[in-house]
Write a protein that binds this ligand. Structure first.
Ligand SMILES: Nc1ncnc2c1ncn2[C@@H]1O[C@H](COP(=O)(O)OP(=O)(O)OP(=O)(O)O)[C@@H](O)[C@H]1O
Ligand SMILES: O=P(O)(O)OC[C@H]1O[C@H](OP(=O)(O)OP(=O)(O)O)[C@H](O)[C@@H]1O
Ligand SMILES: O=C(O)c1cccnc1
Length: 470
């Protein structure tokens, strides 16, 4: 994994780190919370992804010789650079499981480390978790509407540079079946698949000859692209001829691919032609600027499409460019810390915390997570985080602690799961969430509250901060 040097960070982290170092603060213990404020895609949930990459990178992250030389040229001091030479992350991390469904304003992950280490890793943590969580959420929405259809990631060519690597990984966590991205498939042990491009057909004088050569060269998973000249008059009839020739050699055409026009109309007409030729086993794949809304519409039109190839809208998280995940200080040097803001929504939560998910007797999520102080074992009454007079009684619910220790002394504690296992876990967690939270239009709002003790602690800090201002 590790092409990431510790300088994969924002300059201000290092500027602050040098001051902690010079002031003798570097070993002050700190706790930071990772959370986001707004759900992407105006949806009702998000799928947490990127944890395993983060832990792998943190376990190995170092400043290399040439990084140190670069920082020296930027004016960082020798004593501090000597510290950076020996730098490694030695802290603890508590986190939700990768693939879990998560909601705004409650900690998804907590870093407990020296302030200097926690500060230096902030940027890479946000970079990895924000991006993969955004893409896994998009993929999960596409899986929700696609039912049992095959879902292939075609996005590498349209991804934001090397983001394509992690976009593919996150797409698998959200429920995709395979990818055209060969490097990511190798790296993450994903099923790699693909069809053919228009250029291949255009490079021949004759579409039929192009199909024939492709079928001979790739009999094991041959998919013919049928829309280069005329889908119903040329592409599909030529594909049928080649499928019959393949049969005579003992091979089977896997699918045809539609990439333009009215995909519902062409899928229905192509299906008829294929079935009439006795080729009911040949699948229909479709692509062309697909997203969860187009796929939903195509399936509502009963388009007989078996496989969807999704590129741009998946890997860029269109229309949301980014998840707004943040990393906020909750505790340092023996003191709970708070950030006061003009906007009550931006006031942070102090202390080390735990998050409990409320479940009914059948294991179904009731639509509420409660944030408590870490030592609390249950939350009997939770309070609206910003409207203190609103509360909810939780006595009758089963309460599942969400944050578990996943790193200690800088060592990864989690049992490695493959992407299929993470994706299955994610689907199970999503199945525990009532359908009202999964609809695309005005989904039900998941409740987040704080325990009485946490609320009191926050009030105390707000008061004392106001006193100081006087
Ligand atoms: N039956 C359908 N229902 C809903 N959306 C569809 C249907 N058929 C295609 N689409 C979607 O509509 C959009 C069509 O885009 P566009 O108008 O660029 O068509 P096109 O066939 O690609 O055009 P071009 O011939 O220029 O390539 C795509 O996002 C496609 O996925
Ligand atoms: O539309 P997206 O969801 O991003 O899916 C990927 C698109 O990329 C390819 O087109 P491109 O024109 O790049 O190559 P081609 O020659 O194979 O059609 C493919 O045919 C899809 O249309
Ligand atoms: O294999 C394909 O059909 C493919 C791969 C990348 C982008 N578009 C299509």
């Amino acid at each position: 994994m590790n092409n990431f040097s510790a300088i994969y960070t924002d300059q201000y982290q290092l500027a602050m780190a040098q001051i902690y170092f010079n002031k003798g603060h570097k070993d002050h213990q700190a706790i930071f919370d990772y959370y986001f404020r707004k759900l992407p895609f105006n949806g009702g949930y998000a799928v947490f992804a990127g944890l395993e990459d983060l832990l792998e990178i943190l376990a190995e992250i170092r400043f290399k010789e040439d990084d140190i030389a670069f920082l020296k040229a930027q004016g960082f001091e020798d004593k501090f650079l000597k510290y950076l030479k020996e730098f490694r992350f030695t802290g603890k991390i508590y986190s939700a499981s990768e693939g879990d469904i998560v909601f705004p304003t409650r900690p998804i992950l907590q870093v407990e480390a020296t302030i200097i280490e926690a500060q230096i890793i902030e940027t890479i943590l946000l970079n990895l978790l924000n991006f993969q969580t955004l893409i896994a959420t998009k993929a999960s929405r596409i899986r929700l509407v696609a039912g049992d259809a095959g879902l292939l990631d075609f996005g590498l060519r349209r991804a934001q540079a090397t983001g394509g690597y992690f976009a593919t990984r996150a797409a698998m966590i959200g429920g995709f079946d395979g990818t055209s991205n060969v490097a990511a498939a190798k790296k993450f042990d994903i099923k790699v698949s693909g069809t053919m491009a228009h250029s291949f057909i255009q490079s021949y004088d004759d579409e039929l000859e192009a199909f024939r050569d492709f079928a001979k060269g790739r009999p094991q998973d041959c998919v013919l692209l049928v829309d280069t000249y005329n889908t119903l008059k040329s592409g599909v009839p030529n594909a049928i001829r080649v499928a019959k020739e393949m049969e005579s050699r003992g091979d089977k055409l896997l699918a045809i691919r539609l990439d333009s026009g009215d995909l519902s109309y062409f899928a229905k007409e192509s299906r008829k032609l294929l079935d009439d030729a006795g080729l009911d086993y040949v699948k229909i794949a479709a692509s062309n600027q697909l997203d969860e809304y187009v796929i939903k519409s195509l399936l509502e039109q009963q388009a007989p499409i078996d496989i969807f190839g999704v590129g741009t809208n998946l890997v860029t998280g269109n229309p949301d460019g980014s998840l707004d995940g943040v990393y906020k200080l909750a505790y340092s040097n023996g003191q709970p810390r708070i950030k006061i803001s003009e906007s009550i929504f931006k006031v942070t939560l102090p202390h080390k915390k735990q998050v409990f998910r409320m479940k009914d007797d059948h294991g179904k999520c009731i639509g509420a997570d409660a944030i408590s102080l870490y030592h609390e074992k249950r939350v009997e009454e939770m309070y609206h985080p910003f409207e203190p007079y609103k509360s909810m009684n939780l006595e009758k619910y089963h309460q599942e602690a969400i944050l578990n220790k996943v790193m200690e002394n800088g060592e990864n504690l989690i049992n490695k799961r493959n992407l299929k296992e993470i994706s299955e876990y994610s689907l199970t967690r999503l199945s525990e969430l009532p359908i009202e939270y999964k609809r695309f239009n005005n989904p039900h709002i998941y409740k987040i509250g704080v325990s009485e003790l946490l609320r009191e602690e926050r009030e105390k800090l707000i008061k004392s901060s106001k006193q100081k201002l006087k």
